[in-house]
Design a protein around this ligand. Structure first.
Ligand code: 3PG
Ligand code: CO
Length: 555
């Protein structure tokens, strides 16, 4: 098919196995006690850095370089892996929703008209992450949406909140609930019956991903749809404050709760005739709830009651499954990804991670499409993640198992590209546990070594990079970079990602001697990696791809 044919690279050969290793949450930052990568023993990654500037450099992984609205937006795995896989920068969900709200186009689309049908006789339910993290959702977008529906005939609104503490500081949930309560009070003054109806911590309620643990989604279903939860409160503010006061409680893992009236009755179960909008724009942690709200045939848990509702996502979350079928804003059209091109050009591909990051190197990498392009040429392997624990308890996670699978795939010589994600720096970094994150970084480094050793054995090539920062900075800082203290004088632990650049290293016995990083792409970002990898497979990237990071000089 001519459309998919890639030109041969004039200097680089085909047929060398290429390992593409993505260290999740592994940025580059100054060395201090809050830089867990610096503290950890990471001899492999340290040795790669010695190849600078010819074979090691930094690339941008946040802000506009990955299609986010501003340079204050930290990177994240969705936009990072989209850019790595697609080789181009697409305006991402956060930005597309901003534009649709700003122009009012969101209210003219099919999705809004569809849910609007329920406004006269039903309740509008809004379910999503309540924070200004900008990774999955944004509070200001929810506020604009509330204003918009209030001007377009809504009579009754129920918000089902998920507290964050992962993309924002732990404890910030209280302030976000206060803000939302104020907004809802103003709607009530206008005669709209608007309330928070239920809630819970994002990691414990609703926002699971890649079918890691359906119980998480079930807990949300029980609270949001059935109006049932182990904790009942008169207000969400009271709920969040009381539940946070429990020993070891944090925003990410708050238990599910429902808001009840004076008679103890839930104020906002989802019933026949209602409309539901999941207001997160990011896909991975919305696919499961979308399935449970949309699919007639469903066996992942007992829904007890399956209300006849009009459901729309903020975006369509899965382009292959067309899920959900109704949505308020069209997702970025991430087409012609490097994975699809390479498969069309005969590149046999192996991809692997553990469950919690499996979709990153498959679904996100392939432009938010589930499934294979060509099953004959591709193999995707998922290692089951441990469930029901926070990863500071098992900071090594499945790094070793992922590396073993990659090693075996490399040594089998059945694949041309062997692609993995090593989750440790990110998943453990998000717990805010510094000691555990140091262990996590060491484990990831050991996994890299195993993969590089295998590449050495088969005469292959490696590309080692990351999707965004996390473990390299575990403290919230002021503008000058000094750690910020809270009211009690304690440092504020940063559970979120960062704005830092990430490393990229190339090497291996199969790399032609004259290959080095160009010095005329100083602002290079994650989107430049796809063309680079295509070169290493012996192809020239399509002309609309962001330019390659490498050149070949005569040696
Ligand atoms: C999450 O979903 O776990 C965090 O919000 C972002 O982490 P990720 O972008 O690394 O997946
Ligand atoms: Co993360």
């Amino acid at each position: 098919d001519a459309k998919w044919k890639l030109a041969d690279h004039p200097k680089l050969p085909k047929g060398k196995p290429v390992a593409v290793v993505v260290l999740d949450g592994w940025g580059e930052a100054n060395a201090d006690q809050y830089n867990c990568i610096h503290t950890a023993e990471t001899p492999t990654m340290d040795s790669l850095k010695k190849g600078a500037p010819e074979r090691w450099r930094l690339v941008r992984a946040h802000g506009t370089a990955v299609g986010l609205p501003t340079e204050d937006d930290m990177g994240n795995s969705e936009v990072g892996h989209n850019a790595l896989g697609a080789g181009r920068i697409f305006a991402q969900g956060a930005k597309l929703v901003d534009l649709a709200l700003e122009s009012g186009k969101i209210y003219e689309g099919e999705g809004f008209k569809y849910i609007q049908e329920s406004f006269a006789n039903g309740t509008l339910h809004l379910i999503g992450l309540l924070s200004d993290g900008g990774v999955h959702s944004r509070l200001d977008q929810l506020q604009l949406l509330l204003k918009g529906v209030s001007e377009r005939g809504v009579k009754r609104v129920r918000v089902h909140i998920l507290t964050d503490g992962r993309d924002v500081l732990d404890g910030s949930s209280v302030g976000f609930v206060e803000t939302l309560e104020n907004d809802l009070a103003k709607l009530r003054e206008k005669g709209i019956d608007a309330r928070i109806a239920s809630g819970g911590g994002r990691m414990h309620v609703t926002m699971d991903r890649y079918e890691n643990d359906w119980n998480v989604v079930k807990r949300g279903w029980d609270a949001q749809v059935l109006g049932e939860a182990p904790h009942k409160f008169k207000s969400a503010l009271e709920a969040v404050k009381k539940l946070r006061a429990e020993p070891k409680a944090n925003d990410q893992y708050l238990p599910p709760f429902v808001i009840v009236d004076d008679n103890g009755k839930a104020v906002g179960p989802i019933v026949d005739g209602d409309a539901v909008v999941t207001f997160n724009f990011r896909a991975d942690r919305m696919v499961m709830i979308a399935k449970s709200l949309e699919y007639e045939d469903f066996d992942k848990f007992d829904r007890v009651r399956f209300p006849k509702i009009r459901y729309a996502g903020m975006l369509q979350y899965d382009g292959e499954l067309k899920l959900p079928s109704h949505y308020l804003v069209s997702p970025p059209e991430i087409d012609r990804t490097s994975g699809e091109f390479l498969v069309h050009n005969g590149v046999r591909t192996f991809a692997c991670s553990e469950t919690v990051k499996f979709g990153h190197v498959t679904f996100f990498w392939n432009g938010n499409r589930s499934g294979y392009f060509n099953k004959q040429l591709e193999e995707y392997v998922e290692i089951p993640s441990d469930i029901g624990i926070t990863f500071n308890v098992q900071p090594k996670m499945k790094a070793l198992e992922i590396a073993e699978k990659a090693r075996d795939a490399i040594l089998s010589r059945k694949f041309d590209q062997i692609r993995v994600n090593l989750p440790n720096g990110d998943m453990v970094g998000h717990t805010g546990d510094i000691e555990a994150t140091v262990v996590a970084c060491k484990a990831a480094d050991e996994a890299v070594k195993m993969i590089l050793d295998a590449i050495e054995q088969v005469g292959g090539i490696y590309v080692v990079t990351a999707d965004h920062g996390n473990a390299e900075d575990m403290v919230k800082r002021d503008k000058s970079g000094k750690p910020l203290l809270d009211k009690e004088g304690k440092i504020q632990i940063l559970t979120s990602h960062t704005l830092q650049p990430v490393p990229i290293a190339i090497g291996g016995p199969g790399l032609a001697p004259g290959v080095r990083f160009r010095n005329d792409v100083p602002d290079g970002g994650l989107a430049n990696v796809a063309a680079t990898v295509m070169n290493l497979h012996g192809f020239v990237a399509p002309s609309d791809y962001e330019t390659t990071l490498i050149e070949v000089v005569d040696k």
